[in-house]
Design a protein around this ligand. Structure first.
Ligand SMILES: [Zn+2]
Length: 469
């Protein structure tokens, strides 16, 4: 029953907020007349002005704390901060308040400790508001909205670069029991400010794909459902429109690579329950980006998406967005590998005779503690062997006419090497013994040679060393 009442109040408050915004626009203030910033212009601003932080997986709680302190100090009152609560291990969960407008918006990131992209984007957005506060777009945002920003909800998980908190609980399945202090903080902020919209900011698995042929789902969006029937009301209309605005902001960069996240209702999740409690939630899941510096593009896209969405809420332009733009997005799929070697002859190293197959490598990026500090590290292995035509990859290597084997020695490109090429029956103890060395088998390390036939049988010249680490 309480749900129905809450929903009614929210719908009414949404209407009144837009009436208010429209009234503001009727006064023809110059900042409201300024057209929205173009995605390209925002991307350029980000390139010029982003905070000089390490890649998001290496941004620690300590860095977030010093960024928060700096923002508060530099802003002379524009950015306020409080410690909204503490993690299981006592780390401060910071809540920043920016803006003086009538419409509260809540943004939280890194509820999952190993999903850090949006934390950096939120810090960049705070800095952007601070730097440009006297210019029309930032000014109208600050006049219309009050942003409540939690840049790292799960600092214990972030410290370990793991999904769950220090209790081993997935905070995003704790919305009903509220056994995690981090979840309690989020619930308390929601109840205290009754935001009109919440942005729930995550990273999705790098195997997430979209479209045919599969490409990286660079960003996936969800206008979160609040019941099993996936009903529509003012909250969900709004979050669908916000999602459509985000699609428009990202398409210049990643057309065809924006996915729609599964909208099944998850009764334990925060997004679903926060929507039930009265605040429509937009879930943004950042996915994979190919190339040596994926974080740069991924943070930039978050920055562009969020500022564009906030501006559309601030001006009321979100009201004119077409929800069908979001609804038409292709659904997420799970068909992306990191690397595929297509069509090579596999020298498996298991006494299996050579055979033609595609070899697919998948993995995740992790963080390793070393004596020199935290370092990014891939955990990648061979995950698929066979006809992989239905899969996509961040990198596809044409293996036609070539051979692929495990790496047997520190040899380099151009060298000729001896590679066991099977030929015998892979049975019995001999087969098992042969498997003790490096192999091209499921689960084997992502270290491969791409080879060309050499001067003698059993000898091969190294064309390329494939190693993901
Ligand atoms: Zn997540």
């Amino acid at each position: 029953m309480r749900r129905v009442v809450t929903a009614g109040v929210t719908a009414a408050s949404l209407l009144s907020i837009w009436t208010l915004l429209l009234a503001g626009a009727a006064c023809a203030s110059s900042s409201q007349e300024q057209p929205p910033p173009t995605p390209q212009a925002l991307a350029e601003v980000w390139e010029r002005e982003r905070r000089p932080l390490p890649p998001p997986p290496l941004v620690t709680h300590q860095i977030v704390e010093s960024e928060v302190a700096r923002l508060v100090q530099d802003s002379t009152g524009l950015v306020r901060s409080e410690i909204a609560g503490r993690s299981v291990e006592g780390r401060a969960i910071h809540h920043l308040t920016i803006g003086r407008g009538p419409t509260p918006v809540l943004l939280w990131s890194q509820m999952h400790g190993d999903e850090p992209t949006a934390t950096s984007a939120l810090l960049d957005i705070c800095q952007w508001l601070l730097t440009h506060q006297h210019e029309p777009v930032a000014a109208r945002l600050l006049d219309s909205l009050t942003l409540h920003v939690v840049p790292m909800l799960n600092p214990d998980g972030a410290e370990r670069f793991q999904r769950r908190n220090a209790q081993g609980i997935d905070i995003n399945r704790d919305a009903l029991h509220l056994q995690t202090p981090e979840g309690q903080v989020l619930k308390a902020l929601r109840d205290r400010f009754a935001p009109v919209v919440g942005f729930n900011l995550h990273n999705q698995n790098w195997r997430t794909s979209v479209g045919t042929p599969p490409r990286p789902a660079v960003v996936s969006l969800l206008a979160v459902a609040y019941d099993e029937a996936r009903s529509e009301d003012a909250r969900r209309h709004l979050t669908k429109r916000v999602s459509s605005v985000i699609v428009g902001a990202l398409e210049p960069f990643v057309a065809g690579q924006i996915g729609r996240y599964d909208d099944a209702f998850e009764e334990r999740a925060f997004g679903d329950n926060i929507t039930r409690w009265g605040t429509g939630v937009v879930l943004i899941e950042t996915g994979a980006w190919p190339g040596p510096d994926p974080d740069r593009m991924l943070v930039k896209l978050n920055f562009v998406a969020l500022i564009t969405a906030l501006d559309a809420i601030a001006t009321g332009a979100v009201d004119r967005a077409d929800p069908a733009v979001y609804e038409r997005l292709p659904e997420n799929d799970n068909l992306l590998l990191h690397t595929i070697v297509r069509g090579a002859t596999v020298l498996a190293g298991t006494r299996v005779p050579p055979f033609r197959a595609d070899v697919g490598i998948a993995g995740t990026r992790g963080v390793r503690q070393t004596p020199g500090g935290r370092r990014l590290q891939w955990q990648a292995s061979i995950q698929e062997i066979g006809d992989l035509r239905v899969y996509g990859a961040l990198e596809t290597i044409d293996g036609a006419g070539l051979f692929v084997s495990a790496v047997y020695s520190p040899a380099t490109v151009g060298q000729e090497v001896v590679v066991p090429d099977g030929g015998g029956a892979a049975t019995g103890a001999a087969g098992r013994a042969a498997s003790a060395g490096p192999t091209v088998t499921l689960g084997a390390p992502a270290r491969l040679w791409l080879l060309r036939a050499g001067s003698l049988p059993g000898r091969y010249r190294i064309e390329r060393v494939i190693e993901i680490r």
